[in-house]
Design a protein around this ligand. Structure first.
Ligand code: NDP
Length: 286
């Protein structure tokens, strides 16, 4: 058996086209959707991700400014910038890029982002609202997983989904989104005693651990669907996921590739969220 490839590229193009149309309509009403990305790291993977957001914004014809505060920025520096951007009526979406400098709590700092502009669901208020089933922007990566599953018609209601990873950025929010869709969700992490026992029971596996090759064919039930969120450097300028693709695609029914799976959808959704935030702000004013 060879797994179906769940490509995110074509889906990202569709999402881009739809959101760009909405952005054009807003501009025709005199509103220019604008996104701000605040970064304070020298991490190369983070820099590559920020470049992909800037590229997506450009393709979707919205303004995107990168505020690079440098790796020695303090919590106060970050908080002050996030407050300033939250108060700026010309900014509609704010992203706090991870990682933040050592000793700074990303969650504490992200609390300074106005939830209405929190397009990557980083403010703990947004995560709380997500958990409570109330309206909030979900972290774009978690939403990208859901959008990819829906695009390929993967059923979730009543299905068993195992999520590998419990971060605030991916694992926990995707678990909440899956629960809201009536999946039965198991969350695994680095202390899980027997990972394969949990993944082999799953109809869908979402892997977000940051560990290349963590999930192999031996972890997968035949015919199941595997979403690989991992983006790890391959040491040669490219990226690899958390899944050992050669062995998993021989067993799984469907697999999202890295690169070209969740990644392109994530950057597109971030920009789409900013356009949506601009639209909500405009409706609130009119
Ligand atoms: P974190 O490092 O914050 O979290 C990793 C999670 O994986 C933790 O919960 C950790 O457990 C768990 N974990 C680590 N090792 C194991 C293991 N051996 N077995 C089971 N669980 C394990 O990472 P993120 O959630 O931020 O990111 C995860 C991956 O997704 C990374 O590769 C990242 O680059 C990628 N990513 C991709 C994005 C995209 O758009 N495609 C966007 C964001 C992230 P514990 O809690 O016990 O430490």
């Amino acid at each position: 058996m060879s797994a179906i490839v769940l490509s995110g590229r074509e889906l990202a193009a569709q999402l881009r086209a739809q959101a760009t149309t909405v952005g054009c309509e807003l501009r025709s009403r005199g509103i220019a959707p604008a996104l701000a990305v605040v970064t304070a790291t020298a991490d190369e993977a983070a820099a590559a991700y920020v470049r992909s957001i800037v590229r997506a914004a450009k393709r979707m014809e919205i303004d995107c400014a990168v505020h690079d505060l440098g790796p020695s920025a303090t919590a106060a520096d970050l908080r002050n910038r996030l407050i300033k951007l939250s108060l700026d009526p010309d900014i509609h979406g704010i992203v706090l890029q991870a990682p933040v400098p050592p000793g700074v709590s990303a969650v504490d700092v992200a609390a300074a982002i106005d939830p209405a502009k929190d397009v990557d669901g980083a403010n703990p208020t947004s995560l709380g609202r997500l958990a409570a089933g109330s309206s909030a922007f979900a972290p774009a990566t978690a939403e990208a997983v859901m959008v990819l599953l829906d695009h390929y018609g993967i059923p979730l209601s009543g299905r068993h989904v195992t999520v590998v990873g419990r971060s605030t950025v991916v694992g926990k929010p995707v678990a909440h989104l899956l629960l809201a869709r009536h999946a039965t969700v198991t969350i695994c992490h680095s202390r899980t005693a027997d990972l394969a026992a949990h993944t082999r029971e799953a109809d869908v596996i979402v892997v977000a651990a940051g560990q290349p090759g963590l999930v192999t064919g031996a972890h997968v039930k035949p015919g199941s669907c595997v979403i690989d969120v991992g983006t790890n450097s391959d040491g040669a300028g490219g990226i690899v996921g958390d899944v050992e693709a050669e062995t998993v695609e021989a067993v799984a029914g469907a697999l999202s590739p890295v690169p070209g799976g969740v990644g392109p959808v994530t950057a597109t959704l971030l920009v789409e969220h900013a356009i949506r935030a601009a639209s909500s702000a405009a409706d609130g004013r009119s």
